[in-house]
Design a protein around this ligand. Structure first.
Ligand code: HMG
Ligand code: MG
Length: 306
């Protein structure tokens, strides 16, 4: 029943670095993307074209996009909240844009300064223009398992936004546990709602690991046949408008689990660990990834023994 292969969407350069208090230079972000490409990542969320007043960490969006030497076959995605963002993104030639809405009204207002319905009306022309330009469009539905402001979020509330996203023409629907509070059965219940409206290939999971549930939630999704997941190098990440939420599930941990289960990812775990070590050095702290840390420690032991 489990998929034979899984696609990972690497969101570290965007979800990870948007949340760092310390500045990370554009050249370091570009180097990170290059290392992720070398590790075999085929889908990378590079940056977001949002307001620099709201998220100053992404103010170098165009510089980063322009600085990347694109490996063939890699899809480079950017977040876009409105037409202003799309117009800024288009000259940098993204392969995909991500419009991001929320299942909860409270989070929508805090994160993008409008109601859920208003957000859909903003996205409508953005989606149409992107599709017209031949750019793939993905949606992220935040707070699908809980909201930092409103608390509980029901599967009905999630399905409502999934339906709205489908109606404006998005091609893929990402279900996001912004605060990492979901547990496997609840995640399955929400995924079932998304699968009523999008095919299995076009539903993905985005799990922050705040409560340590992300790997279990991914396994629960695999059992349903889902095979696309967002992950973040070294476990970086969070959302500036969801205080207390920690990073996304670490890419190294997910790859370790999947390869251990005989599921292909196309990713070279050793090189992925190198990419995680690189960005962790830049940030001056060890990777959050448990597998990353264990593999680095094993390397050190092997080095000491020779
Ligand atoms: P607003 O202030 O309501 O925007 O912000 P506005 O349309 O009223 O415009 C105000 C000013 O912002 C104007 O400039 C606009 O030009 C400018 P002024 O005339 O004052 O000089 N502006 C922009 N500048 C650059 N790029 C733009 C843009 N739009 C307007 N795109 C807005 C609304 C959506 C822009 C703002 O709320 C915003 O940027 N929010 C982004 C928040 C964000 O990035 N959050 C993190 C990403 S989402 C996430 O992490 C969740 C996810 O990982 C899934 C999960 O885990 O849940 C995806
Ligand atoms: Mg996120």
């Amino acid at each position: 029943m489990l998929p034979a292969a899984v696609t990972l969407v690497e969101v570290g350069p965007r979800d990870g670095l948007q949340n760092e208090a310390q500045p990370v230079a554009a050249a370091q972000k570009i180097e990170l993307v290059h290392r992720l490409q070398q590790a075999g990542c085929r889908e990378i969320e590079v940056t977001s074209f949002v307001s620099p007043k709201w998220v100053p960490q992404m103010a170098d969006n165009a510089e980063v996009m322009r600085g990347i030497e694109r490996a063939p076959g890699v899809r480079h995605a950017v977040l876009v909240p409105n037409m202003t963002g799309l117009q800024a993104a288009l000259p940098t030639r993204p392969d995909e844009i991500v419009v991001f809405g929320a299942a909860s009204e409270a989070f929508s207002r805090r994160n993008i300064n409008c109601s859920v319905e208003e957000s859909i009306e903003r996205f409508r022309p953005v989606v149409a223009a992107a599709l017209e330009a031949g750019i793939r469009v993905r949606a992220a539905v935040s707070t699908a398992l809980g909201c930092p402001y409103q608390g509980e979020v029901t599967p009905d509330e999630v399905e409502r936004v999934v339906v709205l996203m489908k109606a404006i023409g998005v091609q893929h629907c990402g279900i996001a546990d912004t605060i990492g509070i979901g547990t496997p059965r609840r995640v399955q219940a929400v995924m079932e709602r998304a699968l009523k409206h999008f095919p299995l290939d076009d539903v993905s999971g985005h799990f922050h690991d705040t409560y340590g549930q992300a790997l279990a939630n991914i396994l629960a999704c695999l059992q349903m046949g889902l095979h696309v997941f967002d992950t973040s190098i070294a476990g970086l990440g969070g959302c500036p408008y969801a205080r207390g939420a920690t990073g996304n599930v670490a890419s190294e941990d997910v790859v370790f689990m999947l390869h251990g289960m005989g599921i292909e990812t196309g990713i070279d775990l050793d090189r992925l660990v190198d990419a995680g070590a690189y960005i962790s050095d830049v940030l001056g702290r060890p990777p959050v990834s448990r597998a990353g840390r264990a593999l680095l420690a094993r390397r050190e032991r092997a080095g000491a023994a020779t």
